[in-house]
Ligand binder design. Sequence first.
Ligand code: URP
Ligand code: ZN
Ligand code: ZN
Ligand code: ZN
Length: 510
Amino acid sequence: HSSHHFCDVGMVYGETGCGASSSSSKLLIKGGTVVNAHHQEVADVYVEDGIIVDVKPNLKVDDDVNIIDAAGKFVVPGGIDPHTHLAMEFMGTETIDDFFSGQAAALAGGTTMHIDFVIPVNGSLVAGFEAYVNKAKNSCMDYGFHMAITKWDEAVSREMEVMVKEKGINSFKFFLAYKGSLMISDELLLEGLKQCKSLGAIAMVHAENGDAVFEGQKRIIELGITGPEGHALSRPPALEAEATGRAIRLAGFVNTPLYVVHVMSIDAMEEIAKARKSGQKVIGEAVVSGLVLNDSKLWDPDFVTASKYVMSPPVRASGHDKALQAALSTGVLQLVGTDHCAFNSTQKALGIDDFRKIPNGVNGIEERMHLVWDTLVESGQLSITDFVRVTSTECAKIFNIYPRKGAILAGSDADIVILNPNASVTISANYHHSRTDTNVYEARRGKGKVEVTIAGGRVVWENDHLKVIPGSGKFIEMPPFSYLFSGIDKADASYLSSLKAPVKRFKSTA
Ligand code: URP
Ligand code: ZN
Ligand code: ZN
Ligand code: ZN
């Protein structure tokens, strides 16, 4: 039947229904090609109580074990989406997918964990964290949190420490755009970078020059352009490149790792390439929209169609997409997220008279794995091991949860996807599991299909049926000082010795 429904939502796992197989807590995935970022081989994967117990060819198991045949298919670590906004209050409304619907969509697309951005409440990180713990209580897959920093004072600085040392957050996002709401100054960014460094937390930036965007919006509105195309026209690639370069230089000045979220243009990507070439620890995050979309639909005469593409930074002119794909395949960019931030057409209509009021964001949490496979693996740009690296493993390493996540190894969490390279999928709002009524990837057909998703050792997606349990997802604490911090102290020491400080060269004679 139609796949646009939830089979057995909330059903206690272990009962059968709706064509999805029943399962004990013991599972054998048989005869597939098991792919990790470092290696692939034909092997069986044995799972008990949510944990991978063994990965070897021809495993022998007891009769009470459920067997899933994966011959001719790839068995890959569940996807990890490093960038989502579920149940976020933003631009006068709230994203249409909450933690349950967004995660269910993710699972149907082979993503088994995501990291969402906590927005502080009135500047309070603790209050923001508590609000998000509450939003996430119906989770049906594992998740972690980044935290946005939207103002600065001593209390924020202290709360950052609480978040890292007590709450399992190891990354903070600074917005250089959204003037008047989330945007922060360079002074604040510097304070934030210093505090991130001392805590071993990763500084993330939304890199667009918010003052210049504000100016650009005024200019475009004065020209009488109020439609969705005005959004892209008002914030060109140069403003993304400027903020990217500025954040990189300030992070270099402080000597702390920097993670640039949603790199959307060649211009910004080249700033990252240059910094990495010089040896600076800069991570560049591609998002699916930047890899596969272009700005042409922003000029569509139908507002519903045009407005669904509005996100920040904007999707760029054709050509940026291909260049970002090449950057991902050559390692200039290291991982792929979605920035899933879904609004339905009614919400998008808040900006029917003024593009500045169109809630910013596109969908993608369900489509990411399929689109990366079809666009990059099918085209020969990415190997299958690299597919695993950019969709899962690298994210787990950066946010310091590897190899619990991001690998199919004995001892890892049993978050596993079976992908059939010979099957196809067609994306449509008619079938997707997000609550939104549009899809920016509408009618795209691609090779490669996520046929089975296993989250925490349970089969949650099989035969086009979702079988998810609200409340079964766990909060994954992410410890500080990931691999990006190794060597930071040595670089500091060599900088200090190069200054030959603290020699006092001049003395007053008075
Ligand atoms: O348009 C976007 N990207 N919306 C989500 C908020 C953000 O900047 O990541
Ligand atoms: Zn069904
Ligand atoms: Zn952003
Ligand atoms: Zn975002």
